[in-house]
Design a protein around this ligand. Structure first.
Ligand code: GRF
Length: 220
């Protein structure tokens, strides 16, 4: 019997990735979401968590003196749940180096581009403007470099003629909802690790792009 893996999810908004994670839980999956924490009281993801019977907390960054104070309180709130893994799922805050170091090797983020392309914002628009034939999303371990940590898995989708940032974003989200549960499950099963040699799946180093997934449906 594999040990349960306690997961804390941090959100700021809609929480569709949180929902995909919730939907992936089951008896055969050792991941357990023990809490969802938001920096915004109006994040719809809090409702999704409550509907699934998951504990929630709100920590409003505006009520703290600065980034260090907020991150210290966030660490305290997260660590109360003794997580094995912390998952950033649309958490719109830049984290301090101290926070990132505290969760080294057990902190995931999902980013809506094929990293290392298009770190930061407006990724879909940038992919369109560059005339890219393919776009996608990436799950990575978080390091101090923003959107720069070692890659775990990417979903690759085609850019189609006539795409807008919105149509492309919705195609990429199908990929997000596939790869985030996959990465969390690999980690929960003890198959995925960040080592001094890089990211390993089943003891084998992954390529720099992480595992790539291409067989996705093109619409919901
Ligand atoms: C996703 O597009 C994710 O890639 C980015 O933030 C968005 C979160 O969406 N980091 P949701 O709140 O999970 O719906």
């Amino acid at each position: 019997m594999v040990q349960p893996c306690n997961v804390v999810v941090l959100i700021s908004g809609s929480g569709s990735n949180l929902q995909a994670l919730i939907d992936s839980l089951g008896e055969d999956n050792p991941a357990r979401i023990c809490a969802v924490i938001s920096n915004r009281a109006d994040a719809y993801g809090l409702t999704r968590a409550q509907n699934a019977g998951i504990a929630t907390a709100v920590l409003d960054h505006k009520t703290f003196a600065g980034r260090e104070a907020f991150d210290a309180a966030l660490i305290e709130a997260i660590d109360a749940h003794q997580p094995d893994l912390v998952v950033l799922a649309g958490f719109m805050r830049i984290l301090t180096p101290g926070f990132v170091q505290h969760y080294a090797g057990r902190l995931f983020n999902i980013h809506p581009s094929l990293l290392p392309k298009y770190k930061g914002m407006h990724t879909h628009q940038r992919a369109l403007e560059a005339g890219d034939a393919e776009h996608g999303c990436s799950v990575h371990f978080v390091t101090e470099e923003l959107d720069g940590g070692p890659l775990v898995v990417q979903a690759v989708v085609p850019v189609q003629p006539g795409d807008s940032a919105e149509t492309l974003a919705s195609r990429v989200q199908i990929g997000e909802h596939r790869i985030y549960p996959l990465a969390v499950r690999w980690f929960a099963e003890g198959r995925l690790r960040l080592t001094s040699r890089g990211v390993e799946l089943d003891g084998t180093p992954l390529p720099a792009s992480g595992q790539q997934i291409r067989d996705l449906p093109l619409s919901h």
